[in-house]
Design a protein around this ligand. Sequence first.
Ligand SMILES: [Zn+2]
Length: 219
Amino acid sequence: MPNVLDHLFDHVCVRFLELLSPPRCAACDGRLHRDAVFCASCVGSLSPPELLPLGVTASFGYGGALADAIRRFKYGQRPDLSRPLGRLVREGLPDRALVDLVVPVPLHPTRFRARGFDQAALLARAVATALQRPFSATLLTRVVDTPQLATLDAASRATAVRGAFTVRERTVPMGTRVLLVDDVRTTGATLRAAALAIVAAGFAARTHVLAATPVHGST
Ligand SMILES: [Zn+2]
């Protein structure tokens, strides 16, 4: 009986907080129906991802209201958006059972200090909690701060990210199925370098992102 009362109390608290601060659209702050991430006018701008390379999946194509929400999340001091956006990551993830460990694609420490939070880590933690899987922000380390890859050609991108990641932790068993999580896939070069580092350390790796830009010309 106490459990039922606890649950009821939590439910009442959540509803009370919603009355004080009703949920808002992740892109435009418009009023929301409960349990939605985007308002009725923003949700129409969401698009499915295009075909992606083997081992990479995305919840959506990059653009529209989702691009606005991601910008607000990363650059608008809105780490609270990790909760609704993390939900979109999880809901778009295929084969959820085939995950042993959830790992974010890490920021270089310099960028982390500049931003104050790591958006991929917040998303990955939300996914791990929802999937009831362990989370590790220390398995993969970014040792090289790469330039903005979108401005580079394909060969320069590959060179820029080579050796950018390393696995230092040795407590995770070999063969662990790692799910790499990031917010956006742009060129794919960064995600591929991260996945290669995971595989080179003896784990299986696949990647899921919230949004993927069209693959034309990417590597
Ligand atoms: Zn909206």
